[in-house]
Design a protein around this ligand. Sequence first.
Ligand SMILES: *Cc1c(COP(=O)(O)O)cnc(C)c1O
Length: 356
Amino acid sequence: MLNIRIEKTTAPKAKPQDESKLGFGKIFTDHMFVMNYETGKGWFDPRVVPYQSLSLDPSAMVFHYGQEMFEGLKAYRTEDGRVLMFRPNKNIERANNTNKRICIPEIPEEDFLQAMQAVVSVDKDWIPTAPGTSLYIRPFIIATDPFLGVRPSDTYLFIVILSPVGAYYASGLDPVKIWIEDEYVRAVKGGIGEAKTGGNYVASLKAQMKAHDEGYSQVLWLDGVERKYIEEVGAMNIFFKINGKVVTPMLNGSILPSVTRASCIELCKSWGYEVEERRISVDELVEAARTGALEECWGSGTAAVISPVGNLRFEDEVMEIGGGNIGPLSQRLYDTVTGIQTGKVEDTFGWTVEVK
Ligand SMILES: *Cc1c(COP(=O)(O)O)cnc(C)c1O
């Protein structure tokens, strides 16, 4: 158990009035959780303090070699006023896997959960209530040694910030257009693709800009070795429904294991679908689209939960899926996952954790 010191702000900010204008990650609440680490001492001084700027040495290692990790999950307000987090232990487990990969000290699972709960509890009045809105929780760790040599840092900061976020789609679930990238790659097996770290995102920017210029909202990555097998979308894992079966790339060491992905797989199986986690080549996909076997396609990630894909482009091949409409299975997944998250659908899987 952490002994968390709580220092409340004396200058609370005005909360956003119009929940339809929240957007994503633009507004932050009044408080944040902070905890320090030093080699030999471990994690210490857990505290909830007013949201504020950090003061770091310009030589702090995170600025130079990118030793940082992050997580992302949400808290929801139910109709009867409770606050629920969705599968936080999956995020904590993944966080510690990231930490191991990039040589950041792990945080005990119960301490990590307690830290998130403490700051969400202090700022629970910031949780928006309009349909589709939530409180996004962003835990992250940065290396703070003032040193320009390359080695793991001996000091770190663990911080949790909170952002009230809007409905991802203003007008229902609009299918997105996705660009399959054949020049740049995001990650390779043995690299850091499996870790949730900023480095993977900086690697993705160039292709993301290229896709935007072509009128596509996101990039679907191919494997970094053969440039042949489907990996994942920028910040989502990808699913296909082909000939009645649910198919998603297997976790192969370069794909980020999404919590929403795991939830989709469990739900689809519970509904009697055959779910295949395997390699799927872009050629197989093009062929399935040509013959009409490709029935649905969607992305899975915390931000949008389920993001239906209406158009996939690979080189000169444009694959239209579902005639611009969201498929029935994508819709059912969206309704069920968001229903469980907000307490409207019974949580038979035990996925939600209440914040008191
Ligand atoms: C966070 C993330 C996802 C989605 O994971 P969730 O746990 O479902 O939010 C997918 N891909 C990448 C690269 C990510 O960083």
